[in-house]
Design a protein around this ligand. Structure first.
Ligand SMILES: [Zn+2]
Length: 161
C-alpha cells in the first residue's frame, strides 16, 4: 500500500479530508491505478507515442496501430492539457465490481474527449450533466474517484474550462 508522503506518484496530501476530533485531517490522495497518471506539476497521463508517425496512445500501446505507419517506434510520453467534448453519456447506475464508488451512488457524466495532443480519451466529467455540451472545451484533471480507509483514490477526469 501507499505510504504517507508529501509528493510523488503514490499520493499527496491536499485540502480534501475530514474533521476528526475537531481538527482537520487531510485525506491521502492515492491513484486508483498506480503508474497511469499523476497530479504533480499539473494533471497528466502516462502513455506513449510512435516517433515515426506521431500517433499518440493512452494507455500505452506495444506497437503503433497506424496502418500507414512504416516503422513502429514507440517512446514513453506524458500527456496533459486541454481538449473538447466529442461525445458524452451518463452513468445512471453503479458500475459492477471490481469498480468502486462512494455510496450513495451519484450518476456522473462520461466524456469522450478529443485532446489537443491528438488523443481521443474517455473519462469521467467533473461537471454535472446540465452543463456538459458537445464541443465544450475541457481540461484534464486528477480528481477523486472514491474514498476507502481514509484515503481518496483518484483518477483522471475532465473539467469544463
Ligand atoms: Zn507509427
Amino acid at each position: 500500500m501507499a505510504e504517507k508522503r508529501s509528493s510523488g506518484v503514490e499520493g499527496a496530501f491536499v485540502e480534501e479530508g475530514s474533521v476528526a476530533g475537531g481538527s482537520f485531517v487531510p485525506a491521502l490522495r492515492v491513484p486508483a491505478v498506480p503508474g497511469l497518471f499523476a497530479d504533480e506539476g499539473g494533471a497528466k497521463v502516462f502513455g506513449n507515442k510512435c516517433v515515426s508517425c506521431g500517433t499518440p496512445y493512452f494507455p500505452k500501446a506495444a506497437d503503433c496501430h497506424n496502418p500507414h505507419c512504416q516503422a513502429s517506434r514507440m517512446e514513453d510520453c506524458a500527456f496533459s492539457g486541454k481538449g473538447v467534448v466529442w461525445s458524452y453519456s451518463v452513468a445512471d447506475f453503479p458500475p459492477p465490481p471490481p469498480h468502486k464508488y462512494d455510496k450513495p451512488f451519484k450518476p456522473y457524466v462520461i466524456g469522450v474527449i478529443d485532446m489537443d495532443n491528438g488523443l481521443r480519451m474517455v473519462g469521467q466529467m467533473v461537471d454535472p450533466l446540465e452543463r456538459v455540451r458537445i464541443g465544450a472545451p475541457v481540461e484534464l484533471v486528477i480528481d477523486t474517484l472514491y474514498h476507502e480507509d481514509d484515503k481518496a483514490y483518484t483518477s483522471w477526469k475532465f473539467k469544463l474550462v
